[in-house]
Ligand binder design. Structure first.
Ligand code: DX5
Ligand code: ZN
Length: 222
């Protein structure tokens, strides 16, 4: 799989979600941030909204669950129609069991780590996951600065996946824009979340194409 762009609707107009989803219809995924005001100090939306978004979105839905008790909740997002479900390692009791549940329900199973969380505990169970999300800001809010200190995590995961001959996607989320996407891509990331960079642009479709172009160039796959 090549470079993929996932606009985050956290930066969209929540009173005009359908309009703002259709405005990015050249994206590979739609990134939906679910926050519960406990795991992170912010509150967004939940299952009924994700279910409707999955019905109307022209692209597959990539849910990023910044919530407590993903062991209970994550499978329900797969049932609601999310094609990819990412839960946080820090909140999970049994990450492998969650991933197996998600795959059984036909979703891509993905795990996220906050900036302060090391990749090491994931390496032994890497093949249980289809994607790892490396947070490049503290989760909770859009519009923060990209943390370049997170790049070594991407490199470590990329190498570990190659050693295991595992087709693992790496996603970076937070502060991804024209000036940061190249270094994340060069470090092995291939799925890029972009909230303010896409929704803050006058021409959102053109911004997605531009991000894709820069990431491809840095990745060396044309
Ligand atoms: C933050 C969210 C991100 C957010 C990214 O916790 O997970 O998906 O929307 O926003 P930007 O791209 O503006 O950093
Ligand atoms: Zn996110």
């Amino acid at each position: 799989m090549g470079i993929q762009i996932a606009p985050s609707i956290l930066a969209a107009d929540f009173a005009n979600l359908e309009r703002d989803i259709l405005a990015v219809d050249n994206a590979d995924w739609l990134h939906v941030d679910v926050m519960d005001a406990h795991f992170v100090p912010n509150l967004t939306l939940g299952l009924p909204v994700v279910e409707r978004i999955a019905q109307i979105a022209p692209m597959p839905v990539d849910t990023h669950l910044m919530i407590e008790d993903p062991d209970h909740w994550a499978p329900q997002y797969a049932e609601a129609g999310a094609a990819s479900v990412t839960f946080h390692l820090e909140a999970a009791r049994d990450p492998v069991a969650i991933a197996r549940d998600l795959r059984r329900l036909g979703a891509r199973a993905s795990v996220a780590i906050k900036p302060g969380t090391a990749v090491d505990p994931l390496l032994d169970v890497l093949t249980e996951f289809d994607m790892v999300l490396v947070m490049t800001v503290e989760p909770g809010f859009g519009g923060q600065d990209f943390m370049p200190d997170m790049l070594p995590k991407l490199r470590t995961l990329r190498e570990a996946a190659a050693e295991r001959d595992h087709d693992l996607w790496l996603q970076a989320d937070g502060g991804i824009a024209r000036d940061t996407i190249a270094e994340a891509s060069a470090a092995g990331c291939s799925v890029f979340v972009a909230g303010s960079a896409v929704y803050g642009a006058d021409d959102r479709r053109a911004e997605i194409e531009e991000l894709r172009r820069i990431a491809r160039e840095a990745h060396g796959d044309g």
